[in-house]
Design a protein around this ligand. Structure first.
Ligand code: NAP
Length: 429
């Protein structure tokens, strides 16, 4: 990353729902002295936002504004060359952001976004991984609610088990224990529906494989590419009903965000199989109070997925969306929101009583506020600890957990709580 660039951070897409929250978080909470700018396609919107940020008087200060009329490679290249890190909240990503990633990869500009669009992430990794490595760019997609929490939960469990027992992890089961949310933004809904418009059945089927982003899956390796769970097996009834039970996590059913999260976690584990374990398997679910509720949710989600694959039904759903792109729940309505993820990891050891770790992730607030924090603190960590990140992980397409314990520690100070602990007293290595 060229140290002579004019800005430390440019936030592209700052005038959208998530972009505004991100800009507000920088102004209100970033105490490190940074030079930053907001970029978007409409000068008046940028000016309004910059004035509001200035008036709020937070430590992060007010940003400069930059208009970028078209998201083409030449236009974004000009923008990317002026900054060390580009944060991108323009969406849908599959529709507009391939040239943004290309420009960053070609200009050696670090890039972070909050997409949850796995087929698009697969596409940009395939297209630009070599270019990003060659030009020394760090690219981290999915550093929002999808999929930073899950990736950090898995990383923390593996790190603890490595430290205590000096071995990898076999199985990890995670559960969205609580998700109190005021709803999805218009941009998120448009993105989810747009995926069905843009990608064919084959591409959507490919990304249903939880290992679809794992480098291990691409390699001709002597170890298994898609390790199945070693310590548990679901019964036929559990597979049909879509609900099952796991110790310490209770009744579990299908989680709508499991797909992207599992893919990112397995990308992390596939990059470091000697650290995570060659049999590492991560599965994510949603906790429910009763098996009946779990079964209903699982079946409804299956039906919904099938229905949304039918274009006329998608068109009807688009007409009924509560929020249009650019809109989302008010900050007041998200005040009592909360997200909690719990997870159990089983150490890769053949002992009578399996050695385990329990991880707990909690954020008191809205999921979009959480996304803004994950993105901004990710950027600050990369800015401050770039040498360490790159020494450990190199350049190219990394995952949120590549930002390491420093990222987790900074998040902790920002109210994003993550704790991993050893389960039971099973001694040490
Ligand atoms: N998975 C996660 O963790 C997560 C969390 C939050 C958001 N997201 C994703 O982030 C994206 C943004 O969400 P949102 O709710 O903030 O959406 P939004 O409010 O609709 O904002 C979209 C942003 O993209 C810009 N934009 C749209 N079309 C553009 C174009 N053709 N050229 C240039 N800029 C364009 C908009 O600019 P204008 O303001 O000028 O219209 C706006 O800044 C979505 O894809 C959403 O799924 C994901």
């Amino acid at each position: 990353m060229a140290s002579t660039r004019e800005y430390d951070i440019i936030l592209l897409g700052a005038t959208g729902y998530t972009g505004k929250l991100t800009a507000e978080y920088i102004t209100s909470s970033v105490t490190e002295p940074i030079k930053w700018a907001i970029a978007g396609r409409t000068q008046s919107k940028l000016n309004d936002l910059a004035s509001k940020l200035k008036a709020s008087g937070g430590p992060g200060g007010a940003p400069a504004t930059i208009v970028i009329t078209e998201l083409t490679v030449p236009e974004v290249t000009k923008l990317a060359k002026t900054t060390k890190i580009l944060l991108n909240t323009v969406g849908p990503y599959h529709k507009y952001c391939t040239p943004v990633v290309q420009a960053c990869a070609e200009t050696g500009t670090h890039y972070l976004d909050v997409t949850g669009e796995t087929p698009w992430v697969k596409e940009i990794i395939t297209k630009f991984e070599d270019t990003a490595k060659k030009n020394r760019a760090v690219i981290i997609p999915e550093i929002g609610i999808e999929s930073a929490p899950s990736d950090l939960v898995a990383f923390s469990a593996v790190k603890l088990i490595r430290e205590i027992w000096d071995c990898g992890v076999m199985d990890m089961v995670a559960s969205v224990h609580e998700l109190k949310s005021s709803g999805a933004s218009g941009g998120t809904l448009a993105t989810g529906l747009g995926l069905f418009d843009h990608y064919g059945t084959q591409q959507l089927k490919e990304i249903s494989n939880p290992f679809c982003l794992s480098p291990l899956a691409q390699r001709d390796h002597r170890h298994t590419k898609f390790p199945a769970p070693t310590t548990y097996r679901k019964t036929l009834g559990e597979r049909i009903s879509g609900v099952w039970q796991y110790p310490l996590l209770g009744h579990l059913t299908t989680s709508i965000t499991a797909g992207p999260n599992q893919a990112i976690v397995h990308r992390s584990s596939g990059r470091y199989p000697y650290y995570y374990g060659f049999n590492f398997n991560y599965a994510e679910y949603m906790a429910v109070d009763s098996p009946v509720v779990g079964m209903l949710i699982s079946w409804l989600l299956t039906l919904l997925t099938i229905a949304l694959a039918i274009p006329p039904i998608r068109a009807i759903v688009k007409g009924f969306m509560k929020y249009k792109p650019g809109e989302g729940p008010s900050v007041e309505s998200t005040k009592d929101n909360r997200v909690e993820i719990r997870a159990v990891a089983v150490a890769e050891q053949l002992s009578k009583t399996p050695r385990k770790a329990f991880v707990n992730f909690v954020f008191e607030g809205g999921v979009y506020e959480l996304t803004a924090r994950l993105l901004v603190i990710g950027a600050i960590t990369l800015l401050k600890d770039q040498d360490k990140v790159v020494k450990t992980h190199g350049f190219g397409f990394l995952t949120p957990s590549s930002l390491g314990q420093e990222y987790i520690d900074r998040l902790d100070k920002a109210g994003v709580k993550l704790k991993a602990r050893q389960l039971g007293d099973f001694g040490s290595k």
